[in-house]
Design a protein around this ligand. Structure first.
Ligand code: GDP
Length: 310
């Protein structure tokens, strides 16, 4: 198990505050260590980050809390293609459902939430903008509960924890009557409720290609999660396609996500979400595997239009 990693997705309707929340988490990332004066560090960090101003939420972001790396992947708010949503959700173990305290859950996020519940992901509910004068906090929590129930959430999922936030001020609390001081209660809930990735770092490599991108500098890259084993730059690997055909390839560079950046690393372990170059004709849904022990991962949906257009 990769105890020092959590992989999560955020599901939110547009304008409910996803970018602001991740921005706040980035600002407070890495500052909560033992024996530190949290307030002071938050201010320092804010001042530094303010100059940069983060306006666009990256598809993949990572933040650190204590010694845990939290990879956050963005999900499309709604999607005409179920395949894309499923591929993103297959990289994570849990979802943060972010809901505006005045607007409540919106129908556009229903499809993504249903998919997350079907995939047995662990949910945490974040009620944001509790500072709004028109906030209806407990009603909105009831609406979320109702929605989970309608979507067929299991008992464990229905038992979701709720964190209340004012993302714009970088505040979170477990009790809406007692305002928070920082986002620590949100980080704590993430660590407690979302499971660490399963899989052994010592096992033969298996990585699912959840996405591919083209980078003008390094060419075609595969983005995905290392399901087991580890991956190193220059490593000889097997690529297994849908039909089970195996081809040998050599990995070019390996990158992980640190904050909003992609950072090149010599090696990445089981549970990490990585970008790898060097596999020129790699396709979504293929498995990158150990060259001596090539075992394919279960297939994923590639681009199947769904009937439900919400
Ligand atoms: P996104 O579309 O979900 O990424 O939403 P944004 O993060 O861009 O936020 C949408 C708007 O809500 C912006 O004007 C934010 O400043 C505002 N906002 C975000 N969090 C809060 C909050 O906690 N309270 C209030 N009152 N406004 C917020």
């Amino acid at each position: 198990m990769a105890n020092d990693i959590r992989n999560i997705a955020i599901i939110a309707h547009v304008d409910h505050g996803k970018t602001t929340l991740v921005d706040g988490m980035l600002k407070q990332s890495g500052i909560f260590r033992q024996n530190q004066v949290v307030q002071e560090r938050v201010m320092d960090s804010n001042d530094l980050e303010k100059e940069r101003g983060i306006t666009i939420l990256a598809k993949n972001t990572s933040v650190r809390y204590q010694n845990i790396k939290i990879n956050i992947v963005d999900t499309p708010g709604h999607s005409d293609f179920g395949g894309e949503v499923e591929r993103v959700l297959k990289m994570v173990d849990g979802v943060l459902l972010l809901v505006d305290a005045a607007e409540g859950p919106m129908p556009q996020t229903r499809f993504v939430l249903r998919k997350a519940l079907e995939l047995n992901l662990v949910p945490v509910v974040v009620i944001n903008k509790i500072d709004r004068p028109d906030a209806r906090i407990s009603e909105v929590v009831d609406e979320v509960y109702e929605l989970f129930f309608e979507l067929g959430a299991n008992d464990e999922q229905l038992d979701f924890p709720v964190v209340y936030t004012i993302a714009r001020q970088g505040l979170a609390t477990n009790d809406p009557d007692v305002p928070g001081e920082n986002l620590q209660p949100l980080f704590e809930t993430i660590l407690e409720h979302f499971p660490a990735p399963q899989g052994e770092t010592e096992a033969p490599l298996q990585m699912l290609v959840n996405n591919t991108e083209y980078d003008s500098y390094i060419g075609r890259v595969a983005v995905g999660r290392i399901v087991q084993g580890s991956i190193s730059s220059g490593q000889q690997v097997a690529v297994i396609n849908y039909e089970g055909a195996v081809k040998n390839h050599r990995i070019g560079r390996v990158y992980t996500f640190e904050g909003l950046e992609r950072v090149e690393v010599p090696r990445a372990q089981c549970g990490e979400i990585v970008v790898v170059s060097g596999l020129e004709d790699i396709k979504i849904g293929e498995t990158i595997a150990d060259k001596d022990n090539p075992i394919p991962l279960p297939a994923i949906t590639v681009d199947e239009p769904t009937l439900e257009m919400t």
